[in-house]
Design a protein around this ligand. Structure first.
Ligand SMILES: Nc1ncnc2c1ncn2[C@@H]1O[C@H](COP(=O)(O)OP(=O)(O)OP(=O)(O)O)[C@@H](O)[C@H]1O
Length: 801
């Protein structure tokens, strides 16, 4: 026995042997039972969701998942990034007796979650091998207590795989009926087809074996059918309810932009025009690229830093901390900067180079806009990047560890067919980039087995935003000629050389190899370069041709030659083979102008345009005074910075208030705690901790805003302010008591202040006149505005409500 009354004997662990289990799946998403409000815990659920987590409602599938797991079933949840998976186990953990065990892949992720929970006064702890043993012992001791205060215990999969002490404690908890639920977060790490495979996740099957009756909740934001099957099998979830929802992220804007030599200038312009001073990630292929891109952006005046696997762990942690605390706003990183990024206000994810697969891309883009506000995902693509990536694949060693861990886990180029699978993924991915026709959302979602009507994209991807007319052409003859040409020239030349010969170039290189004399020289001279190149790449994507990559002996650079594949040999000569490609009609297509290539300003609205987050229905968005709201927002951010400092190490701005929450506060300008509680994202705990200071900050900013010139406008009395007064005066003269013009002026939100405000104001004026206080005659927005000194905080808040 150890000091906690728990047995010392080693835990029996069977080695992981994959075996197929028959799984009885049921689809929870379409079962109305789970959305019912008749569960006995309903009231507690509603109350705690609002009071503790500050959420005004549940997001899709949250209530359903909670009801299913609280009913004791094993549940598998596929929910997109930022969909709100954490609530589906944190809320049950809070209201169920006992402890919820959460397995999460990274200590940084765990720490982030714990910080969120502690901010909401929910007792939680974690155990990791890096902690002092005494610290671990203290936690284990608490677990043994019958009055254990923790509601959630987080551990890494390694801890479950290696720590007998932990398993013994779990057994003890279970025996005492205190192991409420087992949660496997980022469950796709179980599958070697997933892009974040973690061998220790495979060992988690032990949990279901040992704690057969304890419900398991597995969650992921990425899963194809094969990954899902792998996960369910490895975890042994024999009777499993699956909740799956659309992986579409409507607030993300997607674009693929041709990568030119000016790529870094393009990135600089893009950020300045659309996201200046906002938070973003730029994914690069190599550490060298990360450093180069960061340096260039710094020169252009951005607060940028780099992050890659070759940096010291402490240096990496320092950069990530700086970024999390908004001290730098752009991070140029390899995919080593991956899981564990929980920052909700990432406004853009730029891929400077090709990501490894559609799945990886979806996951990386998913780091943008977790708070639901509009964000951009821009990929700079060149075919030569594909060659680079393919070379890394062949070599089986990327310049970054996560590349190889995601791609080539066996450390040999062809273990278990993984190399083939990775090559297939890469080709599918190139096909996505080359496609300048179909909806990007459609293309991504199809990969996850989801049907998406591209009409619902609403021009939020570059392809849908283009004014285009498509023509479909039969390209069989051209395709056959191109393959023939590759064969004729001995399968020794690159795609650009083949294209030159096919289009009849008489360049020195063509002549040097005497290719002007092959019979197909110039056979494609009627084709535009883009068109010919699209057909050739189509042949690569369809695996009729392959790019064989090698490192050049002379310069060490990567080059590639086209070869004919066996797929071609077996299928291409079939007389009925027909290959078709869609092209943008040259007559109607608008040129790929800058506005196509760069998400249009009209489409992308940076913060100061106050675009509502997804949890706010557009119709509910109030009319606001943008100038005042922006000032309040800045003041609240300053306050938050102070609060973060006071909270100490490990606390980031978003643990206290997400930007979206501050945005909502600065729109609605609450003046009492009750009104503050009405803001989505604010629960009772936050009110108790920070309510007074938030309200003081709002009141002070409003006071300052109106004290500048008495016009209700900022210091440099703007034309719009004058216009407003004139308009109001005119309206008053016309006998329009409201003094409102029915136009779209944003400032009108003040004019549209509630009847309540007007009544209060009238009452105040009455009181003032009764008290002999002078009423100034600045007739503003249809009612008489008292002089500044007559305005108290309450009035100001009412005016702006
Ligand atoms: N019902 C809700 N109403 C409003 N906001 C919510 C709700 N549920 C979750 N959120 C917020 O959404 C954001 C994302 O939630 P969460 O971190 O749980 O997402 P996730 O699905 O776990 O994402 P990831 O895959 O990145 O881990 C958080 O800021 C959270 O507070």
């Amino acid at each position: 026995m150890d000091g906690f009354g728990v047995s010392y004997t080693p835990v029996e662990r069977e080695p992981y042997i994959p075996k197929f289990v028959e799984v009885n799946y049921s689809d929870g998403s379409n079962d109305p039972k789970w959305s019912s409000s008749n569960f006995p815990w309903e009231k507690k659920l509603e109350e705690n969701n609002k009071k503790v987590f500050g959420n005004h409602s549940f997001r899709p599938n949250q209530r359903e998942v909670i009801n299913a797991t609280m009913s004791g079933y094993d549940v598998f949840v596929l929910m997109p990034t930022g969909g709100g998976k954490s609530l589906t186990y944190q809320l049950p953990a809070l209201i169920c007796p006992g402890i919820t065990l959460v397995i999460s892949p990274l200590v940084s992720l765990i720490q982030d979650q714990i910080m969120h929970l502690l901010q909401a006064n929910i007792p939680a702890a974690y155990l990791s091998a890096n902690m002092d043993w005494s610290e671990q012992q203290e936690i284990l001791r608490e677990l043994c207590s019958d009055y254990c205060r923790y509601k959630l215990l987080y551990v890494t999969p390694e801890k479950v795989a290696k720590s007998d002490a932990l398993l013994r404690n779990l057994e003890s908890l279970n025996a005492r009926g205190m192991l409420a639920r087992i949660v496997i977060d980022e469950a796709h790490c179980v599958s070697q087809w997933g892009h974040d495979f973690r061998p220790d996740y495979k060992e988690l099957g032990i949990l279901k074996k040992k704690f057969e009756k304890t419900p398991v909740l597995a969650l992921t934001a990425t899963a194809t059918a094969s990954v899902k099957e792998d996960v369910v099998q490895a975890l042994g979830l024999v009777n499993c309810i699956i909740f799956r929802q659309s992986f579409n992220r409507p607030n993300l804007w997607y674009a693929v932009i041709p990568k030119t030599k000016k790529c870094l200038d393009d990135i600089d312009t893009f950020i300045k025009e659309n996201h200046f001073d906002e938070c973003g990630i730029i994914y690069c292929l190599s550490r060298n690229d990360c450093e180069k891109v960061a340096e260039k952006l710094q020169q252009c005046g951005h607060k940028a830093a780099f992050y890659h696997g070759n940096m010291e762990a402490t240096q990496r942690a320092f950069v990530q901390r700086q970024w999390s605390k908004d001290e730098v706003n752009i991070i140029c990183a390899t995919v080593a900067f991956g899981m564990g990024i929980n920052k909700p206000d990432v406004r853009f994810v730029i891929h400077h180079s090709l990501p490894k697969s559609i799945e990886g891309y979806h996951q990386e883009c998913g780091r943008a806009g977790r708070d639901g506000a509009r964000s951009s995902c821009v990929l700079y693509y060149s075919y030569s990047d594909y060659i680079r990536v393919k070379h890394m694949l062949v070599q089986g060693q990327g310049e970054q560890s996560s590349w190889t861990s995601g791609y080539n886990r066996g450390n040999t180029a062809n273990s278990d067919g993984i190399f083939e699978k990775n090559t297939e993924n890469l080709l599918e991915w190139v096909s996505y980039c080359e496609n300048n026709v179909d909806c990007r959302r459609f293309l991504q979602l199809v990969h996850f087995g989801e049907k998406f009507d591209s009409g619902n994209c609403r021009k939020t991807c570059d392809n849908c935003a283009k004014m285009k007319t498509l023509v479909e052409k039969d390209v069989t003859v051209i395709a056959k000629q191109l393959v023939e040409l590759v064969k004729m020239t001995g399968q020794k030349y690159s795609s650009s050389h083949i294209l030159e010969v096919y289009r009849g170039s008489m360049s020195q290189v063509v002549k040097k190899h005497r290719h002007e004399s092959v019979s197909l020289h110039g056979a494609g001279k009627h084709l535009a370069k883009e068109e010919a190149s699209r057909i050739l790449r189509h042949l690569v994507i369809k695996d009729y041709l392959t790019e064989e990559v090698k490192k050049s002996d002379v310069y060490g650079s990567v080059s590639s030659v086209l070869k004919v594949t066996t797929v071609y040999i077996f299928t291409f000569s079939h007389p009925k083979l027909s290959l078709r490609c869609r092209f943008i009609s040259p007559a109607k297509a608008s040129k790929v102008s800058k506005s196509d290539a760069t998400p249009a300003k009209g489409i992308l609205q940076p913060y100061n345009k106050l675009s509502p987050p997804v949890d706010t229905p557009a119709s509910a968005a109030p009319k606001i005074n943008v100038e005042l709201s922006t000032k309040v927002y800045s003041a609240l951010r300053l306050l938050r910075t102070k609060l973060v400092k006071e909270a100490g190490e490990g606390c980031n701005a978003y643990h206290i208030f997400a930007n979206v929450t501050l945005e909502l506060i600065s729109r609605s300008l609450p003046r009492t705690k009750e009104e503050l509680l009405e803001v989505n994202g604010i629960g009772n705990i936050k009110i108790t901790k920070y309510g007074d200071r938030v309200l003081e900050t709002i009141a002070a900013t409003i006071r300052d805003f109106y004290s500048k010139d008495g016009s209700g406008s900022s210091s440099n009395s703007t034309d719009s302010g004058k216009r407003r007064r004139n308009r109001a005066t005119a309206a008053a003269e016309n006998g329009d008591g409201c003094g409102m013009e029915n136009d779209d002026d944003e400032d009108d939100f003040i004019v549209r202040s509630t009847g309540r405000s007007k009544k209060r104001l009238a009452k105040k004026q009455q009181e003032n006149s009764n008290n002999g206080v002078g009423v100034c005659n600045d007739n503003w927005n249809g009612f008489t505005l008292p002089p500044q000194e007559c305005l108290d905080d309450e009035d100001l808040a009412y005016l702006c409500h």
